[in-house]
Design a protein around this ligand. Structure first.
Ligand SMILES: NC(=O)c1ccc[n+]([C@@H]2O[C@H](COP(=O)([O-])OP(=O)(O)OC[C@H]3O[C@@H](n4cnc5c(N)ncnc54)[C@H](O)[C@@H]3O)[C@@H](O)[C@H]2O)c1
Length: 249
């Protein structure tokens, strides 16, 4: 398939994990890729590894929670020819394996700044770029934690519930614009983010998955690619399930 020929996709958090998996998938189907990541070294390596496969890829060092960074990145992308796809996969897990009475305010706020404020900023500047062209696909990464709340991860769960609410609202606002805004809510996918978590927290999350396994990067990349393709034209404001049966709504 070559669903993204002549299209450009911007992928935040593309230096690692789910973002990089989706970057590889979209590049393989013809997209030019912009990797945006606050870890410049990861972003450069991701872009280089795509170019080594003869794909078109570049990177920008961006902290998605900083408006100046996000605005400057989208200005540069616009001057380079724009984009039709934006995936916001940048995120942090924040405090985990810890109950709320022990969570530091600073850690709570940081988690919300990256996961929720970052989602808002990416949507805002993606819309500025996409509205004049009357076409676009914006995809955010929410989480099962935002639907159900994971004990021991209240900051993360709250930030991801915010992402789900954001997508519902913005999807409705721009439903007639040619731009769709959706999210995916995964259960556990084994990535560097999960590998860094407390082992009891990982067990708590994976035990709840009826398929009794973690999701795989290829599975999430396949769903993401469909949502951001032209094929997905009657879906907006929705949070798609990716939980091996944990969420049935
Ligand atoms: N892996 C899972 O099980 C899982 C489950 C549900 C939701 N998610 C969500 O999917 C997204 C991707 O997760 P992952 O598992 O691939 O994580 P990951 O840690 O493997 O990759 C995240 C990437 O985002 C980058 N990043 C973090 N904060 C950033 C910021 N402020 N600005 C720019 N880049 C930043 C990191 O450098 C990293 O390259 C996250 O939003 C996460 O919350 C993951």
């Amino acid at each position: 398939m070559n669903r993204f020929a002549n299209q450009t996709a911007v992928i935040t958090g593309g230096g690692n994990g789910i973002g990089f998996a989706v970057a590889q998938k979209l590049a393989g189907e013809g997209a030019k890729i912009w990797i945006l990541d606050w870890d410049a070294s990861l972003a450069r390596k991701a872009a280089e590894s795509l170019r080594a496969k003869k794909y078109n890829a570049d990177y920008i060092s961006v902290d998605v929670s900083k408006e100046a960074d996000v605005k400057a990145a989208f200005d540069r992308i616009k001057n380079d020819g724009g984009c039709s796809v934006v995936l916001n996969s940048a995120g942090i897990v924040g405090p985990n394996g810890i109950k709320t009475a022990e969570v530091e305010l600073e850690a709570f706020e940081k988690t919300c700044q990256v996961n929720l404020t970052g989602s808002f900023l990416i949507i805002k500047y993606a819309l500025h770029l996409m509205l004049p062209q009357k076409y676009g696909r914006i995809l955010l990464m929410a989480s099962i934690a935002g639907k159900e709340g994971n004990a021991g991860m209240s900051s993360y769960s709250a930030s991801k519930a915010g992402v789900i609410g954001l997508v519902k609202s913005v999807g409705k606002e721009y439903a007639e614009s040619g731009i769709t805004i959706n999210a995916i809510a995964p259960a556990t996918i084994m990535t560097p983010m999960v590998e860094k978590m407390e082992s009891d927290q990982i067990k708590y999350m994976t035990d709840k998955i009826p398929m009794k396994r973690c999701g795989q990067l290829e599975e999430i990349a396949n769903l993401a690619a469909w949502i951001v393709s032209k094929e997905s034209s009657f879906n907006t404001g929705f949070t798609f399930d990716m939980t091996g049966g944990r969420a049935v709504y």
